[in-house]
Ligand binder design. Structure first.
Ligand code: ATP
Ligand code: MG
Length: 431
């Protein structure tokens, strides 16, 4: 017996009703990004595996156990489906020398791939919108990124998304903290889980990122990186906080927030909600001044964030904001060969006038075609039968108004339809 074909586990089809929500979301996103001066960039879904190993770090959840990596049989290349967008954006900026004359505000949207255990809000193919401000060193940019997120939550009608903030300082500060952390963790070695024991030697900061509840008391007692920051790092952090205060954006400082990727320094943040159960982080980001150099480029400061679209859409749905398929403006029904010929050309005439038109295809009686017109949610049915062909006219039948149908000459069709659509919309709004 052949097995029924299904999508790969953790990878979802987005069917038309759901896609309507995605389109509405994407429209809001594009308007929002344009308002902040961001330009779109599109990278390949596949990259050389070494990019992510170098950028994200060997001892991270993503690189250790979540990447879709394989060897291309045809040429032996080691490739990986991108698990996130920052590494690719920086690689592209380096490769094409995008920062040669000025910094860049860039954004991307698209699927990311991580081999995680699928559950609500966690998938193996998921989607992110990401923003990368490349070539900006100051805390003004960190603050702008956060102000920008806060506006998006408002634009999307979402409340209850809270900002958690931390600073990872500079590399020497992290080294000093690391020493203290390792000493502390060694003392409490018996309380560490498997990952913790291993990471104690390889990447101790990652121990603080553990989601294992049994580890929380060890984590809570650990030396805080914030206490190791010097004046320059503290000044940067203070400047970010001051701008947030001025903008009226609430935040909490979370000294345990280290983020799951190695490339961050100074400001790191997450936007979190308690409305999504365990998968409550909708957006994460921060500063990554070392990344360009880390993957072999000329050093350049940068900061950014990425948000999970599925999680945001869940929140939008919970808030009761549902985008409905609007339906076409016109559905054309027709009967007979001559009428069909006329219908084709009338449909194009309407589309020339920017009127969304569905031409009935597949034959059937007038009655069954009218049913389809109705269920298409069109505002108007345009009817073309033998009589209409003979008279060189068409019938315009409002479907959502209590007004009678009308025979009009072809030349008057677009304006007649336009008038009905206008009145139908007013009718809709007054409901
Ligand atoms: P988490 O702690 O939930 O695993 P993360 O720290 O791995 O998140 P990031 O790498 O910061 O996530 O990615 C940014 C955002 O992308 C997350 O805040 C989340 O909204 C979303 N995201 C990450 N992984 C997934 C996934 N497997 N499925 C759906 N959304 C995801
Ligand atoms: Mg993760």
């Amino acid at each position: 017996m052949t097995q029924k074909l299904q999508a790969v586990r953790g990878m979802n089809d987005i069917l038309p009703d759901a896609a309507e929500q995605w389109l509405a979301f994407e429209e809001t996103i594009r308007t929002w990004l344009h308002r902040y001066g961001y330009r779109n960039i599109r990278m390949p879904l596949l990259e050389h595996t070494s990019l992510f190993r170098r950028a994200i770090g060997e001892v991270t959840d993503i690189v250790e156990k979540e990447m879709y990596s394989f060897v291309d049989d045809l040429n032996g290349e080691h490739l990986t489906l991108r698990p996130e967008g920052t590494a690719s954006t920086v690689r592209a900026a380096m490769e094409h020398n995008l920062l040669y004359d000025a910094p860049r505000r860039l954004w991307y949207i698209g699927p990311m791939f991580r081999h995680e255990r699928p559950q609500k809000g966690r998938y193996r193919q998921f989607h992110q919108v990401g923003v990368e401000a490349l070539g900006y060193a100051g805390p003004d940019m960190d603050a702008e990124l956060l102000v920008m997120c806060a506006r998006l939550w408002r634009d999307l009608g979402l409340s209850d998304i809270k900002l958690r903030l931390n600073s990872l300082g500079s590399l020497p500060e992290r080294m000093a903290h690391r020493e203290a952390l390792v000493a502390y963790l060694r003392e409490r070695r018996d309380e560490l889980d498997g990952d913790g024991t291993r990471r104690l030697e390889t990447n101790p900061l990652r121990v603080l990122d553990s989601k294992n509840p049994a580890m929380q008391s060890v984590i809570d007692g650990a030396p805080r990186l914030l206490d190791f920051l010097g004046d320059v790092s503290l000044a940067h952090f203070d400047a970010v906080k001051r701008t947030l205060d001025d903008a009226g954006i609430a935040y909490s400082i979370d000294p345990r927030l280290v983020r799951g990727l190695d490339y961050y320094n100074l400001t790191v943040f997450e936007w979190v909600t308690d409305r999504l159960g365990a998968q409550g982080t909708v957006c994460g980001g921060g500063r990554y001044d070392g990344l360009f150099e880390q993957i072999g480029g000329k050093p350049a400061p940068a900061a950014g964030f990425a948000m999970g679209i599925e999680r945001l859409l869940d929140l939008i749905e919970q808030a009761g904001r549902v985008a409905k398929h609007p339906g076409p403006d016109v559905y054309i029904v027709h009967q007979g060969d001559a009428a069909q010929k006329l219908a084709f050309s009338v449909a194009e005439q309407l589309r020339d006038a920017a009127i969304a038109t569905t031409l009935h295809c597949g034959g059937g009686s007038f009655k069954s075609q009218m049913k389809k017109a109705d269920s298409s949610r069109a505002a108007v049915a345009v009817i073309i039968g033998e009589d209409e062909v003979a008279a060189g006219e068409v019938t315009v039948k409002p479907l959502r108004l209590d007004t009678p149908q009308q025979r009009v000459p072809r030349a008057a069709l677009a304006s007649s339809v336009g008038a009905v659509i206008g009145r139908s919309m007013i009718g809709q709004h007054s409901i």
